[in-house]
Design a protein around this ligand. Sequence first.
Ligand code: THU
Length: 140
Amino acid sequence: MKNLNPAQKTALEDAARQACRYAYAPYSNFPVGAAVLTDSGQIVTGCNVENASLGLSCCAERVALFNAVSQGQQRIVALAIYTPTATPTPPCGACRQVLQEFAAEAVIISLCQSDQRLESSLTSLLPMAFSVNRRQDQKT
Ligand code: THU
């Protein structure tokens, strides 16, 4: 887990807050914004996108990650998640597994409306993760 420089961290957190405004969450009323920082310094955002067929809904973290990958950015060094709640929201189990693929070493930051925040690593959120080590840059 690398240390982020303060400017990058602030920009990433702001991007997650902004992304939350685009959340499409009419079924849960639980909007989420996410932003990933790539190893090239790019910030890519996502929000949760729900569907009337509820199981098709996708979390903000995965939307942000897939958005980055679809822009050719596969190495994620940090992820910020914002929810307009009193306490911070850590990524769900499914997102943790997807993070393992592209963000195994990433700093994971959860932010909310209060000053409370969580800052952790994927290793602590997903110990003994399943991985096939297909990616060339992935550590064994
Ligand atoms: N959700 C996220 O976007 N990220 C999380 O980490 C937790 C849950 C979304 C999925 C669904 O649209 C809504 O929040 C309620 O579960």
